[in-house]
Design a protein around this ligand. Structure first.
Ligand code: G3H
Ligand code: 13P
Ligand code: ZN
Length: 373
């Protein structure tokens, strides 16, 4: 099966009431884990690469690994997605590389640390939509900054994330502003901020509604029921994996992730793409630590990579079943990029999703100021 864009997959997910996990990859083994899980559960997949992944793996290696996966698993509808593009140029280079979907994260400035002004976010996102839709490539935007409602801070764990203190206005996507943002940018999917953050340290105890604001998602969905919503930072951080890592010499402090039942609640409220990376990292690390401790005399990487690949596959299968995408691979429509480009131009996805020439005049620098709601 050829690569497909994100939009028709999320349209299919919405029509059938399921969500799709978007899984990060950095190497061959992770791609293999995802594809085996997809085959075992008959799931469509969104395979995503961050800027860090593209740098670590190298674009040519990455593209060829993705192509190998599409060739070896022809029955699996496959979206190749750029995670957290920090600037239009990152998205453009991804499109040139063959990605069928890009995220323009204009909630932060190009440094991927400074919260951006609202008009800056609209302008850079619109600019990417304008280019991407000409090629039939889908676009995800983000409104609001990921970060902790417990501490009022951005996330520090990954390279991509707001630094320092943030206001509640910045940490929670405003539903009215979401309406304006989607209308003005013409995006295919909207990532929202509601208390999740990247990495393992999301919550100090099992989250309740004050720190994991699922109500915000529901309020946004009510205002824009036809917009596909995206939850970032959606790893569940399973306790058994933390325990296993620590049992074999790791040092992970007590921490809590996003409970799967909360994600399922989100799926009932329009969440169609759920980003998961940390859970897979934990599964791989737990497995490798165990293998190395049990047989310290081994030095063939295949000895510890083979079970770690299976450990990640297990997590992926679980999420594919829990989010409801399992079983849907055969019925996802195969839409080519050329067809999508024609459809956007014809206004099938709404006039705002049509490429226009006026986006260029919005092009400009961010204000550097915090986003005002
Ligand atoms: O955006 C967050 C993902 O977990 C990717 O992380 O930037 O370390 O590759 P990364
Ligand atoms: P986690 O760190 O919760 O897995 O989130 C990943 C993510 O949002 C990637 O964009
Ligand atoms: Zn993310």
């Amino acid at each position: 099966m050829p690569f497909i864009p994100l939009r028709p997959l999320l349209d299919h997910a919405a029509a059938n009431g399921y969500g799709v996990c978007a899984l990060n990859v950095n190497n061959m083994e992770q791609i293999q884990s995802i594809m085996e899980a997809a085959r075992a559960t008959k799931s469509p997949v969104i395979v995503q690469a961050s800027r860090g992944a593209r740098k670590y793996t190298n674009d040519i290696f990455l593209r060829n690994l993705m192509q190998a996966a599409a060739e070896l698993y022809p029955e699996i509808p496959f979206v190749m997605h750029q995670d957290h593009g920090n600037a239009p140029d990152t998205c453009i280079s991804a499109i040139r590389m063959g990605f069928t979907s890009v995220m323009m994260d204009g909630s932060l400035e190009e440094d991927a640390k400074t919260p951006a002004g609202y008009e800056y976010n609209v302008a850079v996102t619109r600019e990417v939509v304008n280019i991407a839709h000409r090629f039939g490539v889908s676009v995800e935007g983000e409104l609001g900054c990921l970060g902790s409602l417990e501490h009022g801070t951005g996330e520090k764990e990954d390279g991509h994330g707001a630094e320092g203190k943030l206001t509640m206005d910045q940490l929670l996507t405003d539903p009215d502003q979401a309406v304006d943002f989607v209308k003005r940018t013409g995006i295919d999917a909207l990532a929202v901020a509601m208390g999740t953050s990247h990495g393992a340290y999301k919550f100090s105890k099992k989250p309740t509604g004050d720190v994991l604001a699922m109500g915000t998602i529901e309020a946004i969905h009510k205002k824009i029921p036809n917009c596909h919503l995206v939850m970032h930072g959606s790893s569940s951080v399973p306790k058994n994996l933390i325990d296993e890592i620590n049992k074999y010499g790791g040092k992970i402090k007590e921490t809590y992730g996003v409970p799967v039942e909360e994600i399922q609640r989100g799926i009932r409220a329009g969440v169609r793409k759920i980003n998961v990376d940390t859970d897979n990292r934990l599964a791989i690390t737990a497995s490798i630590r165990k293998s190395m401790t049990e047989k310290p005399e081994e030095f063939d990487p295949r000895y510890y990579l083979t079970p770690s690949r299976l450990a990640m596959q297990k997590i992926c299968e679980e999420r594919m079943r829990q989010f409801g995408q399992a079983g849907h691979a055969p019925s996802v429509p195969v839409v080519t990029l050329d067809q999508m480009a024609k459809d956007y131009a014809a206004g099938k996805y709404g006039e705002n999703a049509k490429p226009t020439n006026d986006a260029a005049q919005h092009k400009g620098k961010g204000t550097g100021k915090a986003m005002a709601h």
